[in-house]
Design a protein around this ligand. Structure first.
Ligand SMILES: Nc1ncnc2c1ncn2[C@@H]1O[C@H](COP(=O)(O)OP(=O)(O)OP(=O)(O)O)[C@@H](O)[C@H]1O
Ligand code: SF4
Ligand SMILES: [Mg+2]
Length: 360
């Protein structure tokens, strides 16, 4: 039986009469069935990507970040995966209903993705240059000489030194940060309108992370691109995103402008996440406060708010009713029954706790 969802306002859509979004995901449900068990990985996710913006998707491991974006591009393995509901609107088409051949033409050319693991995404038996020219020849019908010239330009664009020499080398000859730049060059090769980057900097040290973020930010403006950046690190979000979607248990629990999320979070889980990353201003010395408890078991369908067992503001209504995203006074949306006053007090209390922890 479907669980009750309660909302006092809002529809979960963010468009509100503003400029039409470039990409709209509506009511996306994705599940994986392995043996007797079904994991409800994405549950009723709706989001809009606006033209030219960087939208970050954050959440703990297993919250459905990768699965939701892989589903947008028709890339989840089916089976065991299955998209059981939803639409993905792009350029007057619903990508979820497109024949696979048509979707393949959009993927890589108009919407491209940098995958979570660069080691498995690059082909170790093919030169870096060929991996780029292949995309250019396939999607843009370039001649080999033209494709080579453009590939070297792209390597230069992502600030790989001596791009003409690097063109003829293999991925094994590149450092982690350089491989990640190559992934970006491949993803950008066809001038996509949308770049989806799935944790592209997680394995890299902080300095290289910041360099890569800077490269993507510059290219976004230069190429008039919109970016969806998946991460579990709110520190990364601060330097990068215009807006943020916080996911928990396969649902969006808060959608807000970056600044609002950092200074006026509206969901207890967002407050917990903010406490579990170092302060942006003092990244090294601060102690972190982990969110107590475990992420939800997505193979269990339970009524109520998924954050209930871990939430400092939980009350009776949260146990059996699932809150829907609704507008909060700050301009963003959150899925939470707690009053704004209680949420603000929790934010203040958590900030004080973090100050005490870092003073010790
Ligand atoms: N191929 C698969 N088969 C079975 N279950 C899967 C598969 N891919 C993902 N899942 C499940 O779907 C849920 C969401 O996974 P997803 O990869 O989207 O998490 P994530 O938020 O990207 O986490 P991470 O930060 O670790 O990358 C998890 O419970 C995961 O185990
Ligand atoms: S207050 Fe209730 S609805 Fe809000 S996050 Fe906590 S448990 Fe969920
Ligand atoms: Mg992931």
């Amino acid at each position: 039986m479907a669980e009750p969802e309660i909302s006092s306002a809002g529809s979960g859509s963010e468009a509100n009469g503003a400029e039409r979004p470039l990409l709209s995901v509506r009511d996306l449900n994705v599940e994986f069935t392995v043996g007797e068990s079904t994991v409800h990985a994405v549950n009723g996710l709706s989001l809009d990507l606006r033209k030219g913006e960087t939208l970050a998707i954050v959440g703990e491991s297993g919250s459905g970040k990768s699965v939701s974006m892989l589903s947008v591009l028709g890339l989840i393995p089916q089976p065991p995966g299955k998209i059981t509901n939803g639409h993905v609107f792009y350029d007057d088409k619903d990508l979820l209903s497109l024949p696979s051949g048509e979707l393949r033409k959009i993927r890589g050319k108009e919407i491209s993705m940098i995958f979570q693991d660069p080691m498995t995404s690059l082909n170790p038996t093919m030169t870096i240059g060929r991996q780029i020219t292949e995309m250019l020849e396939l999607h843009l019908d370039m001649k080999p000489s033209q494709a080579k010239e453009r590939a070297i330009e792209l390597l230069d664009l992502v600030e790989i030194p001596d791009p003409s020499t690097r063109f003829g080398q293999y991925s094994i000859e590149f450092s982690g940060g350089m491989r990640q730049r190559v992934m970006i060059a491949i993803a950008l090769s066809c001038n996509p309108k949308i770049l989806i980057a799935d944790e592209p900097t997680t394995a890299l040290d902080v300095t290289i992370q910041m360099q890569i973020i800077q490269v993507v930010n510059e290219l976004r403006a230069e190429m008039d691109m919109s970016v969806i950046w998946i991460t579990h690190d709110l520190g990364v979000v601060a330097g990068l995103a215009d807006r943020v979607i916080v996911m928990y248990g396969g649902r969006a629990v808060e959608i807000a402008d970056s600044e609002d999320l950092f200074y006026r979070p509206q969901h207890p889980y967002s407050i917990g996440l903010l406490n579990s990353v170092p302060s942006i201003a003092e990244p090294v010395s601060e102690r972190l406060i982990a969110i107590e408890g475990l992420p939800p078991d997505l193979s269990e369908r339970r009524d109520g708010c998924a954050f209930y067992p871990r939430c400092a503001l939980a009350s009776d209504i949260c146990k059996n009713n699932t809150p829907r995203l609704e507008a909060k006074g700050t301009g963003g949306q959150a899925a939470c029954f707690a009053s704004p006053g209680d949420v603000a007090r929790l934010t203040e209390g958590s900030a004080a706790q973090q100050d005490n922890a870092s003073a010790q």
